[in-house]
Design a protein around this ligand. Structure first.
Ligand code: AMP
Length: 213
């Protein structure tokens, strides 16, 4: 099964993507996570991506496509995947459609997790991340057991540069400009499912599972 998650940054598509990946035993591929891992490891790709990420801008399509096409070669992708944060532009979506068509394949579903900008700004301001293992928390809705400390690895939690208020606003405007058009793109492909991202994550997930049946 091949799934694409759509929605603004902070809409909760990562949470749903993880649940889908676990239930259907397919990899959860987050381009943001891959870029962050490269950044942490100081790779050339990471250095190039950092400039854009820190500003809340998108990494150029060319670089992103190279990274994702390489990831698809991995053996774990043979039964499908759930893509989280990719595609993010029309050229990326077109490149994905083309790459799949070349193999006689296509996407099964694109899931748009809908949340208003106002709520997103509130959510992201409270987000805390572990710089070591990548776990994310929220100061109100998903607290770590010990304030400011990662449950999983004990590292001190931080506010990611791209979760800072000024960057969040920039990322939202980038989303509306460059990524939102994908909703129409996948609606035209007749594979779009829209879910209400303000509902409880488990409720949203059961709606997704129902649609996937
Ligand atoms: P995310 O964790 O998905 O919000 O991604 C964090 C940052 O990584 C974004 O703000 C972009 O700078 C970059 N990024 C992730 N995925 C993509 C993509 N598909 N295209 C371009 N840039 C991306």
């Amino acid at each position: 099964m091949k799934v694409v998650m759509l929605g603004a940054p902070g809409a909760g598509k990562g949470t749903q993507a993880k649940k889908i990946a676990a239930k259907y035993d397919i990899p959860h591929i987050s381009t943001g996570d891959i870029f962050r891992a490269n950044l942490k490891n100081g790779t050339e790709l990471g250095k190039k991506a950092k400039v854009y990420m820190d500003q809340g801008a998108l990494v150029p399509d060319e670089l992103t496509l190279e990274l994702i096409m390489d990831r698809f070669k991995n053996d774990d992708c043979k039964n499908g995947y759930v893509l989280d944060g990719f595609p993010r532009t029309i050229p990326q979506a077109e490149a994905l459609t083309k790459a799949l068509a070349a193999e006689g394949q296509k996407l099964d579903i694109a899931i748009d997790v809908e949340v208003s900008d106002e709520r997103i700004v509130k959510r992201m301001g409270g987000r805390r991340a572990c710089p070591n293992c990548g776990m994310t928390y929220h100061i109100e809705t998903l607290k770590p057991q010990k304030e400011g400390i990662c449950d999983k690895c004990g590292t001190e939690l931080i506010v990611r540069d791209d979760d800072k208020p000024e960057t969040v606003l920039k990322r939202l405007s980038v989303y509306h400009e460059q990524t939102q058009p994908l909703i129409e793109y996948y609606a035209n492909e007749k594979i779009l499912l829209t879910v209400d991202g303000t509902k409880d994550a488990d409720v949203v997930f059961s709606e997704i599972v129902e649609a996937l049946k």
